[in-house]
Design a protein around this ligand. Structure first.
Ligand code: 5GP
Ligand code: MN
Length: 332
């Protein structure tokens, strides 16, 4: 666990500052919800900009403040200039600088004061202060603590963004790292009259038709490694093209095989032009973070991780996966 010096931060924020909030590539609900909540709090007294590395799915584009989010890949010059003029950069929901992808160089060469708020294991030391606890289910819960410790008042917009962060990173409150405190925070957020049904509807019931076509295709590829209690599903670049894939369409596919009895490890592979991106999910003690780090150039959390194999074809990636699975048989 890493704690920040709140009196230092309070003092730092006692003057009007130029602040950047950034997060990881292809931001998810936790990354955006946390960023937007912090934006709403800080914009009263500071110049604040959210810059995310690249675009994100449509079902995250309804949150209050979304129109103010700058996408680095689409606004490089303006973003570089804002970053260079900043006094303070918040790095939210990531712990390794490479996770910002195309923003790596500008952030790496920049001397602004940096504060990380995150919940992944083993944070790297590219920030001046770190608030991190890998036992906490979402960065949004840490943002809630951060704001309360700094005596900020919340409102309906802030509560809506934090709720979105928590609900998305906890699998709608079902993952084992959900605690009494998670629900206490949710209860506090509900005091602001947020429309939780609307939030769930925006997140989970407003999908593209392409998503269902891809789900059908992915389920057809289901391969079970019964001895290792493992399931693999995948989509090729051709599948994506045929279904008119849009960003976010495959979110959550990796979880589906875990609904099977006796399957505790699920892998989902997706083919992009440079290689294969993989998602891993487990139930119980099998640590997919270790697995992803060791074999797939990735990482994440114990029960949810990802990785990448650059320059590989799908058939080779699948063969490699079944080979390495053998060496993990005793751990699953
Ligand atoms: P997802 O499968 O949803 O893309 O990612 C699940 C988790 O794994 C997320 O918490 C994310 O931080 C982590 N993750 C995904 N891809 C990578 C990767 O390439 N490298 C690292 N270090 N973590 C990843
Ligand atoms: Mn997160």
């Amino acid at each position: 666990m890493f704690r920040v010096d709140y009196s230092f931060i309070q003092n730092f924020l006692s003057q009007k500052r130029n602040i950047i909030i950034t997060t990881h590539k292809t931001p998810d609900g936790d990354a955006l919800g946390s960023s937007l909540a912090l934006l709403h709090v800080l914009k009263t007294n500071h110049n604040v900009n959210i810059i995310v590395p690249n675009d994100y799915p449509h079902y995250l584009k309804w949150m209050p403040g979304n129109d103010d989010v700058l996408i680095y890949e689409e606004n490089e010059e303006q973003s570089d200039s804002l970053i260079n003029q900043s006094d303070l950069i918040f790095c939210l929901d990531f712990n390794k600088l490479y996770r910002v992808d195309t923003m790596f160089n500008i952030l790496n060469n920049n001397n602004s004061y940096k504060i990380m708020i995150d919940h992944h294991q083993d944070p790297d030391s590219f920030c001046d202060q770190i608030l991190s606890d890998s036992s906490v289910a979402s960065t949004a819960e840490l943002i809630y603590d951060f704001l309360i410790n700094l005596d900020y008042c919340l409102d309906k917009d802030i509560a809506t963004c934090l709720y979105t962060g928590i609900v998305t990173d906890t699998g709608s409150f079902k993952y084992p790292n959900v605690t009494k405190k998670t629900h206490e925070i949710i209860s506090a957020l509900l005091h602001f009259n947020i429309d939780h049904s609307f939030i769930h509807q925006q997140l989970f019931d407003s999908q593209n038709q392409s998503r269902l076509l891809l789900l059908k295709r992915a389920l057809e590829t289901l391969k079970l490694f019964k001895h290792q209690k493992t399931a693999l599903t995948f989509l090729t670049a051709e599948d994506l093209l045929n279904a008119d894939y849009k960003k976010g369409d495959t979110e959550g596919f990796v979880n589906m095989p875990l609904s099977l009895n006796d399957i505790i490890f699920s892998a989902f592979f997706i083919e992009f032009k440079d290689g294969i991106k993989m998602s891993f999910r487990s139930q119980g003690d099998f640590d997919v973070n270790v697995f992803a780090k060791k074999y797939f150039n990735g990482g994440g959390h114990k029960n949810a991780a990802g990785g990448v194999l650059m320059g590989k074809k799908m058939v080779d990636a699948i063969q490699y996966f079944s080979d390495v699975l053998d060496s993990f048989s005793n751990d699953i």
